[in-house]
Ligand binder design. Structure first.
Ligand code: FES
Ligand code: FES
Length: 163
């Protein structure tokens, strides 16, 4: 198996890694670099748990060769927060709306929501449902996730849902 030296830009930091030609982005992020927020579910592009952003677009890391994203700007869930000790508004909304149970789907959900809100700051419920269509959650029933994304787009929703 051929090995090569590549540089990855992940969460605004550069990582020099040696990889094999067929190594997957999910393995390098999770196992080699220890960024364990990126989850590995199905391994076949079906569940969305391994989603990361590559040049701003959601990408399934379990079916992406790491060599294909050398030099690209990669954001994992660890890089979403704006500063140490702060959360992204989407992360805050997920907590406030109790949209996290086991948490396995959460990084992927937050990253696809991030992409959506950059492209479309005021999505309809239908547009949110369409966005998370490829991300499977076994715990929440999706309602709280949709509400969290709505809250991230419109913080007044936070207060409407509280007793
Ligand atoms: S682990 Fe990548 S889509 Fe399921
Ligand atoms: S919170 Fe468990 S899979 Fe979504």
């Amino acid at each position: 198996m051929n090995k090569q030296h590549i540089t990855l830009n992940i969460n605004r930091e550069e990582y020099d890694v040696v990889v094999t030609d067929n190594e997957l982005l999910s393995n390098v992020i999770h196992d080699t670099l220890g960024l364990t927020g990126t989850k590995y579910g199905c391994g076949t592009g079906e569940c969305g748990a391994c989603t990361v952003l590559v040049n701003g677009d959601p990408v399934l890391a379990c079916i992406t060769l790491v060599t294909a994203v050398a030099g690209a700007e990669i954001i994992t869930i660890e890089g979403v927060a704006p500063a140490p000790g702060k959360l992204d508004p989407i992360q805050d909304a997920f907590l406030e709306q109790a949209a996290v149970q086991c948490g396995f789907c959460t990084p992927g959900m937050i990253l696809v929501a991030k992409d959506l809100l950059v492209r479309n700051p005021h999505p309809t419920e239908e547009e949110i449902r369409e966005t998370i269509r490829g991300n499977i959650c076994r715990c929440t029933g999706y309602t709280s996730i949709i509400r969290a994304i709505q809250q991230a787009a419109d913080p007044t929703i936070c207060c409407q849902s509280k007793p």
